[in-house]
Design a protein around this ligand. Structure first.
Ligand SMILES: [Zn+2]
Length: 187
């Protein structure tokens, strides 16, 4: 099993593990007998969020290129996803049959990690430029799609099978970064 496969398996385990953490904390809450207070529910969610944040960052940390922008955006998404969850929860409040805000807390609270994890996938994703640079640094003599970064080496036509963009050979060669143009011309 490669490290990437191991990571993907661990990534898939995030959901059941989060469910386990949630159940553990929630059971502890309702074991007190009375319906949980909003403050206790908020504390429970913070515990769940802490678990998800630490687990997810620890899992992918070494595979993400931590530019300043990525780090900032990742932190920024924490209050933003909290805000999204709060708005979502508040929207449900008037629809509830009783005055107990518990269900709204559950719905809003559950949305927060979904928004954050989805955002990290977009923020941490390698850009086409970074992909081309990584392949170049690795010594792979790759021809990459200038639009999406797909490795087009070995293809028989200058159309990217990933994003469908078509090029002339001249365009493809001209857009490859840090390539010794003379070497290409002589090849
Ligand atoms: Zn492409």
């Amino acid at each position: 099993m490669t490290r990437l496969i191991a990571r993907l398996v661990l990534a898939m385990l995030l959901l059941p593990l989060t469910g386990a953490v949630f159940l553990l904390l929630f059971t502890a809450l309702i074991a007190q007998g009375t319906p949980p207070e909003p403050v206790s529910l908020a504390a429970m969610w913070i515990g769940v969020y802490a678990f998800i944040g630490v687990y997810w960052v620890a899992l992918w940390r070494s595979m993400v290129r931590w530019t300043k922008r990525r780090t900032t955006m990742t932190w920024l998404m924490a209050p933003l996803s909290l805000g999204a969850g709060a708005v979502f929860g508040l929207c449900f409040l008037p629809m509830l049959p009783t005055s107990d805000p518990g269900p709204a807390f559950m719905l809003g609270g559950g949305l927060v990690p979904i928004v954050w994890v989805l955002a990290t996938v977009l923020i941490w994703r390698e850009t086409p430029e970074e992909r081309i640079e990584r392949l170049t640094v690795a010594g792979v003599d790759a021809i990459c799609c200038p639009t999406c970064g797909y490795n087009m080496t070995g293809l028989r036509e200058a159309r990217c099978p990933e994003c469908g963009a078509g090029y002339t050979l001249d365009q493809l060669v001209a857009t490859q970064p840090d390539r010794d143009r003379t070497a290409l011309r002589d090849a």
